[in-house]
Design a protein around this ligand. Structure first.
Ligand SMILES: Cc1cc2nc3c(=O)[nH]c(=O)nc-3n(C[C@H](O)[C@H](O)[C@H](O)COP(=O)(O)O)c2cc1C
Length: 158
C-alpha cells in the first residue's frame, strides 16, 4: 500500500523484516545434565537450527536453562514440541511466545551458549517485564533457587 502513488513510503518501516515466531522459556536441568552434556546438546542444536533458520541463545547455570528461540513459526513450533518431550529438562516455564514482523535479535547465532554468570540478570530482566502472575511466581521461585546456591555450583546440574 505504501508503494502506491500518493502514499510516501515510511522510512521506519522495513519491508524486508521477516515474520518470526519467538519462544522464550526457562526450565530445570534433569539429574546428570552437566556442562559436557550441554555442549553436546548445543552442537546438535546448531546443526539442526542452521537447516531451518532458527537462531537464539541458551543460558545454562546452577541447573537452570534459559533459552531465546526465534525463527519461522512452523519450525519453532516443531522445536517447542520436541523440547516439551525432552527428558534432559523439566519444569518448562514459557516466558514469552509470539509471532511478529521484526529483525532477528541474534541473526548470527544458530544457538549460542551464554555465560552462566549472566543468568540471574537475564531472569531478573524477564521478571521486571513479566505480566502473567504465574510467570512472575515461577520466575521468583527460580531466582530463589539460584539465590540459595553458592557461586561455586554454577554450571553444575541441579
Ligand atoms: C535446554 C534444551 C535446549 C535445546 N535447544 C535446541 C535447539 O535450539 N534446537 C534443536 O534442534 N534442539 C534443541 N534441543 C534438543 C531438542 O529438545 C530435541 O532433542 C531435538 O530437536 C531432536 O528432536 P526430535 O528427536 O524430536 O527430532 C534442546 C534441548 C534442551 C534440553
Amino acid at each position: 500500500m505504501f508503494d502506491e502513488p500518493g502514499f510516501p513510503s515510511d522510512p521506519d518501516h522495513d519491508a524486508a523484516a521477516p515474520r518470526l515466531y519467538t519462544f522464550v522459556y526457562c526450565s530445570r536441568a534433569a539429574d546428570g545434565v552437566d556442562d559436557a552434556e550441554v555442549d553436546r546438546l548445543i552442537q546438535s542444536a546448531q546443526r539442526h537450527n542452521r537447516t531451518c533458520g532458527i537462531t537464539g541463545v541458551l543460558v545454562f547455570g546452577s541447573g537452570v536453562f534459559f533459552q531465546w528461540i526465534e525463527g519461522p513459526s512452523a519450525d519453532v513450533l516443531r522445536l517447542m514440541a520436541s523440547l516439551h518431550d525432552d527428558p534432559r529438562h523439566y519444569d518448562i516455564v514459557s516466558l514469552d511466545q509470539r509471532e511478529e514482523t521484526r529483525e532477528r535479535l541474534y541473526p548470527n547465532w544458530q544457538m549460542e551458549r551464554v555465560g552462566a554468570d549472566d543468568i540471574r540478570e537475564v531472569l531478573q530482566d524477564a521478571l521486571e517485564s513479566a505480566q502473567d502472575e504465574n510467570n512472575i511466581a515461577a520466575l521468583r521461585r527460580i531466582l530463589d533457587h539460584l539465590a540459595s546456591r553458592s557461586l561455586g555450583s554454577l554450571g553444575r546440574a541441579n
